[in-house]
Design a protein around this ligand. Sequence first.
Ligand code: GDP
Ligand code: MN
Length: 437
Amino acid sequence: MKLYEYEAKQIFEKFGLTIPKQIAVIETTEELEFSNLNFPIMIKAMVLIGGRGKAGGIKKADNSDEAKQIVSEMLDLTIHGYPIDKLLLEEAVDIASEIYLSVTTDPATFDVVIVTSASGGIDIEEIARTKPEEIWKNSILDNSKILPDLIAQEAVDFLIKKNPDLKAVDDQLKTTICSLFSVFQQVEAKVCEINPLILTKDNKIIAADAKLVLDDNSLYRQAPMLKSISIDPNSKRHDVSEQTQFEALAYKIGFPYLDLLNEPVNFVKEEDKLYVGLVPGGAGYGIFSIDEVVNVGKRYFDGNVIPINFMDSGGGPSLSKVADMFHILMDHPAADLIITSRFGGISSCDIFIQGLIMSLRDRFMKNKRMIPVFGRMVGTDLAAAKAFFERAKRETPEPLKDLHIIIGNQKIMADVIKDGIEYGFKVKKEIKQGGGN
Ligand code: GDP
Ligand code: MN
């Protein structure tokens, strides 16, 4: 669950961090009239997505005319396609310098990691790219609930070395870092971030922005904390801003689906790489097949093979759900190849092959994009599946000409994946030589 900035700040404040005084959260221009305003104020768009500043969602107002103008314009704005329903009005603080500070989990090692930089205010990825020496990072290996003093001191020393002005607030800085670490551990967060953490002209350290993402798995334990800032712990707050169009579609149809590429629609493919979509049998094999595609790609194809998704049909999917699972990847602009597998435990191979063939015939008739499918099928209803498959190939060879399903255990999946990738690269090369797209 992602929290809005004003909610995150309220939690940060409970843990001793200093935040700008919040005046109101409003949804209409009229509400502005009833707010007691002490100018200058900040007017901030409450959307669950970053980069609001650049998109015109963060403005300073020096008087009430300006405030009215900004509020009415901002409520009409969308940020990255998301409408702005709520605005936070808060005291504007005078900035002397901006710091970046976050506590999160390293996605590779799963250690808790603290990141800070004296060059705050801008995108941390941008700093990492252009000035990596400006970033201090430390992993806390034992998952302790309290930040060891030595580590906090090291972070403070780094910040002071980069910006000597911070010497005057060294104690405040240390307390802030320790407090943010406590927030992270106590509310069982995935991300706690302050960017910018501000040094004011009168030497105060204030969290001017706040990002807090909670772990959905621990929300039930965090009910009292959520209630304390007026969030119903049972309410669902989908991070719509984070869902890709395919994830949203799969959610609607009713199966778990994740895009591994951030932006599948505007994604720019690298020309020498093959992008592989996966329709696995079950979640466990789904996770494993992501690794296996990368593994085969590294061994035989110079690492030029990229898995693009995860999905799971759940036990006993219907014919139409199976068809939809294939449609999603055939519509996916990045996909060059689909690898599929059935270890038909509770799921019927017969329903599976019928659903798959239904999707291919449907697309062929409608002239929709089709990509090769490689896979293997064993388990429940195999004989019926085999009979259906053979007949279908005789009856409609054209739509099924790029469907390569091994029925039985003649090949291990790694070899099926390898054959598929080889074929995928061959097709890609032919398309390129043919000048098509
Ligand atoms: P984001 O763009 O979504 O990360 O939104 P932020 O809350 O970080 O605001 C963007 C920028 O607006 C910050 O980096 C600051 O430079 C500026 N800003 C935010 N709050 C204040 C404030 O209280 N006073 C002043 N002067 N600038 C602010
Ligand atoms: Mn920010």
